[in-house]
Write a protein that binds this ligand. Structure first.
Ligand SMILES: [Zn+2]
Length: 305
C-alpha cells in the first residue's frame, strides 16, 4: 500500500458525499480506576433529534493493549474479556446507555440479517449475521468494525431501526438493500427513514485487487461510480460509502435522508482502529470500533434492582 497517500491531508473531494454538520464529535469523562478518563465519540444529530440514541466509538480511553489505552469494544482472541467489559462500561456510560442490553452479532462478512425480537433472545445465543433490525425499545444494536462501513438506519414513524456491517463482501451481497427490505417487511416506509454512515476506509485509501473488481463489475451496473482510480497492475480503489448510498437510493432514500460521516479510519488512524493500516499480517493486534443505535423511553428504562 502507498503510505504517502494515507498521510496526506484530507481534501473535500474525498468526502463529496459527506455531511459534516450532521455529526458531532463529543467528549465526556468517565470515572475509572486511577481517575477520570476522557472518551470521544461521534453522534449523528438528525437521528438523535428523531429520538434514536446513536454513537460511533473512537479508539482511546480504554484499557486494552492494542497497542495501549485502546477502547477495543469487541471480544476476540486478541484481547481479554475483562478489558472489553471495562471498555464497554466506559463507552456505554458516556453515551448514556449503561442500562441498555448491548446486542452484538457474530459477523462474518456475509449478507445475512437477523430480526431481534428481544434482549432475552439475543442473550440466549449471539446471532450469526452482519445486520440486525428491531422494533424493540430499550436495547442497543451494535456493529463492530475496523475499516468496514457501519450503517445505522432509524425510522421515526414506527420506531424500527437497523445496524449494518458493510464491508466489501457484504456490500457486494447488497446487505444494505436486503436490510431495508427486512425493515419494509416490518411495516417501514423507506421514505420516512434516516441513515447514518459511520467512519470507514475512504475511496482514496481503500485499495482493492482483481477479486473485488471482478465481483463489483459483475454485480453492479453502476460499478464505475464505485471503483475509481484504476492503476497499472490491476488495482483500483473502492468507494464503499458510494456503494451503500447507491443501495439506499435504490430503496427509495432521498439524499436528505442519508448522512455520511466525514471521517476515514485510515486517514485518521489516530482516532480510529484501522485493520488495513495496523494489522500488518497480525489481525489480533487491531482493536474494533462499535457503532450503536437504540430507541429509549426514559420511563421505560429497566430499573435497577
Ligand atoms: Zn482515507
Amino acid at each position: 500500500m502507498n503510505n504517502e497517500l494515507h498521510d496526506q491531508p484530507l481534501h473535500d473531494d474525498d468526502f463529496s458525499l459527506s455531511d459534516a454538520e450532521a455529526f458531532s464529535l463529543r467528549e465526556s469523562e468517565v470515572e475509572a480506576e486511577g481517575g477520570a478518563v476522557k472518551i470521544s465519540y461521534l453522534v449523528c444529530e438528525p437521528l438523535e433529534e428523531a429520538g434514536f440514541l446513536n454513537a460511533f466509538s473512537t479508539r482511546f480511553g480504554g484499557v486494552s493493549r492494542l497497542p495501549s489505552e485502546a477502547l477495543n469494544l469487541t471480544n476476540f482472541k486478541g484481547d481479554r474479556p475483562d478489558n472489553v467489559a471495562e471498555n464497554r462500561r466506559r463507552f456505554l456510560k458516556v453515551i448514556g446507555a449503561e442500562a441498555l442490553p448491548l446486542i452484538t452479532a457474530r459477523q462474518t462478512h456475509s449478507s445475512e440479517r437477523c430480526v431481534i425480537e428481544s434482549a432475552q433472545q439475543a442473550a440466549l445465543s449471539t446471532p450469526d449475521c452482519d445486520a440486525m433490525t428491531t422494533r424493540t425499545k430499550n436495547i442497543l444494536l451494535a456493529i463492530q468494525t475496523a475499516d468496514c462501513l457501519p450503517v445505522l438506519i432509524a425510522d421515526p414513524q414506527t420506531g424500527a431501526m437497523a445496524a449494518i456491517h458493510a464491508g466489501w463482501r457484504g456490500t457486494a451481497g447488497r446487505i444494505t438493500e436486503r436490510t431495508v427490505a427486512d425493515l419494509m417487511r416490518q411495516g417501514v416506509n423507506p421514505r420516512s427513514c434516516l441513515a447514518a454512515l459511520g467512519p470507514t476506509a475512504c475511496a482514496a485509501c481503500y485499495e482493492v485487487g482483481d477479486e473485488v473488481i471482478t465481483r463489483y463489475k459483475k454485480e453492479f451496473g453502476y460499478w464505475k461510480k464505485l471503483l475509481v482510480n484504476f492503476q497499472a497492475g490491476g488495482k483500483a480503489h473502492l468507494d464503499i460509502r458510494a456503494a451503500n448510498v447507491q443501495q439506499l437510493a435504490f430503496c427509495g432514500f432521498d439524499e436528505e435522508q442519508i448522512f455520511v460521516a466525514p471521517y476515514c479510519t485510515m486517514h485518521q488512524n489516530e482516532m480510529f482502529f484501522s485493520y488495513r493500516k495496523e494489522a500488518g499480517g497480525e489481525p489480533l493486534k487491531v482493536g474494533r470500533l462499535l457503532s450503536v443505535i437504540g430507541k429509549t423511553r426514559r420511563e421505560q428504562l429497566p430499573r435497577e434492582v
